[in-house]
Design a protein around this ligand. Sequence first.
Ligand SMILES: *[C@@H]1O[C@H](CO)[C@@H](O)[C@H](O)[C@H]1NC(C)=O
Ligand SMILES: *[C@@H]1O[C@H](CO)[C@@H](O)[C@H](O)[C@H]1NC(C)=O
Ligand SMILES: *[C@@H]1O[C@H](CO)[C@@H](O)[C@H](O)[C@H]1NC(C)=O
Ligand SMILES: *[C@H]1O[C@H](CO)[C@@H](O)[C@H](O)[C@H]1NC(C)=O
Length: 553
Amino acid sequence: MKRAVKVNLPLVLIICCASGENYKTEGYVVTPNTMDLLKKHLEVTGGQVRSRFPPEPNGILHIGHAKAINFNFGFAKANGGICFLRYDDTNPEKEEEKYFTAIRDMVQWLGYEPYEVTHASDNFQRLYDLAVDLIRRGHAYVCHQRGEELKGHNVPPSPWRDRPVQESLVLFERMRKGLFAEGEATLRMKMVMEDGKMDPNITHSLCTKEFQARRSSYYWLCNALDVYCPVQWEYGRLNLTYTVVSKRKIIKLVETGVVRDWDDPRLFTLTALRRRGFPPQAINNFCARVGVTVAQSTMEPHLLEACVREVLNDSAPRAMAILEPLKVTIIDLPAGARRELRVADFPANEAKGSHTVPFSNTIFIEQSDFREVMEKGYKRLTPDQPVGLRYAGFVISVKNIIRDESGRVCALQVSCASSDSVEKPKAFIHWVSEPLRCEVRLYERLFVHKNPEDPAEVPAGFLSDVNPTWTSTRPVVPVQGRLISGLWVQGQQSDNSLTVIESALVDRSVAAARVFDKFQFERVGYFSVDPDSTAQKLVFNRTVTLKEDPGKI
Ligand SMILES: *[C@@H]1O[C@H](CO)[C@@H](O)[C@H](O)[C@H]1NC(C)=O
Ligand SMILES: *[C@@H]1O[C@H](CO)[C@@H](O)[C@H](O)[C@H]1NC(C)=O
Ligand SMILES: *[C@@H]1O[C@H](CO)[C@@H](O)[C@H](O)[C@H]1NC(C)=O
Ligand SMILES: *[C@H]1O[C@H](CO)[C@@H](O)[C@H](O)[C@H]1NC(C)=O
């Protein structure tokens, strides 16, 4: 179950205050009891840092939560402390088991082990008792103002603010028994509108910036009750462009069939990223890089993708695959030429192993690696420009162009020369020989605009901004005597968030690949084996392209 995932700790955390030094932080309210409570608290915790990650178990975690997880667990870890996974199940009857499980899974997937799993509901009795205490101390009262009355800036003062303590105690007991309808009665602190939540065990409360306005009420509440007051720090929430993460909006996308489910790889939920093949370490690296700034940080997905490439560069072995095949026959391959080539799994580090790739006089190259008409700057194969074949030790030159009835180029005949005997070609391309047929799925971003939620950018709403899905049904061409469909034309796929290429070709080195194995298809991208794979046909989903701009290969 446990996997070793390297966790990078945001540097800024190292300089934060130690346990027991709460009173030194900005805005902290010191009362005559503070030092005494602090001392007692330190006796319980032994000065150990304790933090908690407190998700509401009613939705799936997304990339923004990854930052909260890294911050809370990372801070505790960096300070030799512990971190609790505390479900904020304020209404346990409504929460679904699958969310509890999914949240725990994702925390572990990112490489963190909670010291203990707790629930806000574990403390209901204590919270209730504290609330009663608060009323007794004259710091809270039962109020009947309606939610809508409390919205906006000029909220009228509550006519119930000064009702007798005894009256509030009786009404609060009736609330507990469920004798009021929803919203008919609320317990209000005499200082602020919101009723704060308690974290009785927690030393450091790390939360997003939306809670900054609540910091003073949090401190006030702890002090009003004479209980230990944890430090609250806020950090900016993490937003990504070109996506939506709210539960409500993702449900809309699923309901309208735009995506298949919560873990559709085009979403930025953590389960989706795992599915798409993003290594957890890359996500942690990304969070560390974003850092713990107070400002809300809006990041471009390509920064996350850069972290993914960095990790996969060292962990996904190379293979060769052709998405848009063009058949090439080498007419003069020497009889003595090697028919099996040994190729390093990681060219930068040959010690990490190798695999074999068949080579013969029939190979397939990408259609885009051949151009009939030379264009300035084009370095690959043209009728007048030879090109090198990676690993094969040969340079090929076009001898014959073969066309179908419609005049389309459907195959080439070429001659070959040993790389040692000719001038170095301008480029080396990848190829496959005796390949396996496979299905390949390519993703683009799900939305067209940076901020699909912004009415100024997308007046008709985020659903109107979806990048359409397109399954390739392009004309068929004969390859190896078989008809294959699904040609991928470079440049055209960028309008679509999902492109399915049903008949790509991949070298045999991947034949034994298992679901979720990852490969770098040279010059094409990083791919992960999909569970839809069968013994007859492997299915690969592209995790990320090799570079930011897939057009430039
Ligand atoms: C692979 O892509 C398909 C098509 O988008 C998707 O339904 C499936 O969930 C993906 N699989 C993984 C493991 O990401
Ligand atoms: C991949 O890793 C090798 C070393 O292992 C390094 O030389 C190369 O620059 C890396 N490539 C990218 C794109 O990060
Ligand atoms: C950031 O998140 C907030 C809250 O979900 C959203 O309203 C806002 O539009 C987002 N901004 C960007 C640039 O995505
Ligand atoms: C949290 O603190 C309370 C006292 O405030 C103590 O009774 C309890 O044992 C503590 N729990 C943990 C898990 O440390």
